[in-house]
Design a protein around this ligand. Structure first.
Ligand SMILES: [Zn+2]
Length: 381
């Protein structure tokens, strides 16, 4: 794909975000990168919206606006936050490895029988709590030399409704696959570099018992999966990068009728649902996205176990603060008055167009583009 198309994808997030506004009109995401941000006591007439072009990354962005910082509902903030969290995680993993530590990734799932996401999520989180509070789990942790964990929650919607699963990175003091296999009830396949279940008592069984306690009947052997450090690193390297949800290049447009009718076995992510609403006015997808947004509001996507951040000197910074950070290696190429911003740019939903132009065109051309729209608008009024 050409660079241009990739950039176009980036700015299409603005259109997706406009779709969120229709689904969640009262949310902070509905105002994100739209509403003018005023400093204390600053009058509105004094405010401007700046357009920046980054020196290194061939990207463009606005400043002087409110930012929502929602990892779950804002396509623009989510991309920015997860990219920064990924950089942070990669640094921590490398440091851990350099210290001789080992890493594994555990995936926990449950069968999905529940209609409501809220009910499903509550039971899933309770099952995880029961697991972590059990004596067997605590004993096992100290035996394997567990330094700490980072858990990522993932949510999809498929033929059987909502599905929640978690990936957890385990930071171990050192590499000991055989010992670990004995403890967990899993055997280690040297060739595949992967663990498989051998039905001994271990983490797998403790998870099954915890899940059953909260009503998840007969979780399958696939309910628990352990992968080695290479896999974990690979997962993190890809994590937060342009996800499938944001890929809708020319070929996506060409095949969209096919995609619309196909039922993905993996299920759709919330941003896939949003895209379905945006592209096909799929009302059911909009309702699902709304249910998801209400359920996940205020929840963390990444959960670090106590003390792990401190150990790796990771700064404590909220998603919102991360989303607000402005890239310093960027030039300001121009600015808009509040009235131009509100009456022309927002009214015509052309934020993405302005940023696209900012990459290649001169400020004069951008200004002409905006003024032409203003003239047309005046004529039709
Ligand atoms: Zn946002």
């Amino acid at each position: 794909m050409s660079e241009k198309i990739e950039n176009l994808n980036k700015f299409n997030r603005y259109m997706l975000q406009s779709a969120v506004r229709k689904i969640l009109p009262d949310s902070r995401t509905a105002k994100c990168l739209r509403k003018i941000h005023l400093e204390r006591k600053q009058p509105l007439y004094d405010a401007i919206v700046k357009v920046h072009k980054s020196i290194n990354h061939d990207s463009a962005f606005f400043s002087g606006l409110e930012v929502c910082g929602s990892i779950w509902t804002c396509p623009i903030c989510a991309a920015k936050i997860s990219e920064k969290r990924r950089e942070e995680l990669t640094r921590v993993i490398e440091e851990h490895k350099a210290n001789g530590g080992e890493l594994i990734m555990i995936t926990r799932t449950v069968p999905h029988y529940y209609q409501s996401l809220k009910e499903f999520l509550n039971l899933f989180l309770k099952a995880e709590k029961t697991l972590k509070e059990s004596n067997d789990y605590r004993k096992l942790k100290s035996k394997v030399g567990l330094i700490g964990t980072i858990r990522v929650l993932e949510i999809t919607h498929g033929e059987n409704g909502w599905h929640v699963h978690s990936h957890e990175l385990w930071f171990l003091e050192r590499d000991f696959p055989t010992l670990y296999g004995e403890l967990t009830g899993l055997s280690f396949d040297e060739i595949e570099r992967r663990y498989s279940v051998v039905n001994k008592r271990g983490l797998f069984n403790i998870w099954l018992e915890s899940a059953k306690k909260h009503g998840f009947a007969n979780p399958s052997p696939y309910a628990f999966d352990v992968r080695n450090g290479d896999f974990a690193k690979n997962y993190i390297t890809k994590w937060g990068k342009e996800s499938e949800s944001f890929k809708w290049t020319a070929d996506y447009e060409l095949t969209k009728s096919h995609l619309k009718n196909s039922k993905s076995k993996k299920g759709k992510t919330p941003f896939d649902l949003l895209k379905d609403f945006f592209l096909y006015a799929d009302k059911k997808a909009a309702l699902l996205f709304k249910e998801f947004a209400e359920c996940f509001k205020g929840k963390h996507q990444l959960q670090w176990s106590k003390g792990l951040k401190k150990k790796f000197l990771v700064r404590e910074i909220s998603d919102e603060e991360l989303a607000k950070e402005i890239e310093d290696k960027a030039d300001i190429i121009g600015s808009f008055s509040v009235s131009t911003w509100e009456d022309i740019i927002l009214k015509n939903d052309i934020r993405h167009k302005i940023l696209e132009l900012a990459l290649n065109a001169k400020w004069n051309d951008i200004n002409n583009f905006v003024q032409n729209i203003r003239k047309r608008q005046c004529l039709t009024q």
